[in-house]
Design a protein around this ligand. Structure first.
Ligand code: MG
Length: 173
């Protein structure tokens, strides 16, 4: 049985993943409105992935016979000055998510809840990737700052990003 502390923290994480999804959806809409279709595509895929993260955690709670409690999702920002600002906000946000995941892993270790620790390994690794991706996008945006052709090519590249089902969900499909 999950400890009450871990159960509550996992439900809070589901809410945080849904907030992340909503944040990236907002970025996607803002980019699309500005005609940056590639950036919009990149963030729309991010929006789908964040919902998957929530789904993985919901599946886990259900598999442990623990209640999924869906709380209200807070409002998100709706406007950014540039795609560079979006990716900077993305990195800052993902660092906060990493701290939350680390906290979950610490509670699971404290509880000697090995099943939860195992499940969380995927999220620990995922956060390394999320931060690395955001840093890469910041570097790419900085490289083309003030360069219209570069921005055009970067947007084209981001338009090619495709959605992949995360492995914990793919295994269930
Ligand atoms: Mg996430």
């Amino acid at each position: 049985m999950l400890s009450e502390k871990l159960h509550d923290a996992l439900n809070a994480q589901i809410n945080a993943e849904m907030w992340s999804a909503y944040l990236y959806l907002s970025m996607s809409m803002n980019a699309e409105a500005k005609g940056e279709k590639g950036v919009a595509n990149w963030f729309f895929i991010q929006f789908r992935e964040e919902q998957d993260h929530a789904r993985i955690l919901m599946n886990y709670l259900l598999s442990r016979d623990a209640e999924v409690k869906l709380a209200a999702i807070d409002a998100v920002p709706t406007e950014w000055a540039s795609s560079l600002e979006m990716f900077r906000d993305t990195l800052a946000h993902e660092k906060k998510v990493t701290a939350m995941i680390n906290n979950l892993a610490a509670i699971a270790a404290e509880d000697k809840d090995f099943a939860s620790s195992n499940m969380l390994v995927w999220f620990v690794n995922e956060q390394v990737e999320e931060e690395e991706n955001a840093r890469g996008m910041i570097a790419a945006c900085e490289a083309v700052e003030g360069n219209k052709f570069g921005q055009y090519m970067l947007d084209k590249e981001l338009a090619a990003r495709v959605y992949n089902v995360p492995s914990p969900l793919a295994a269930k499909a």
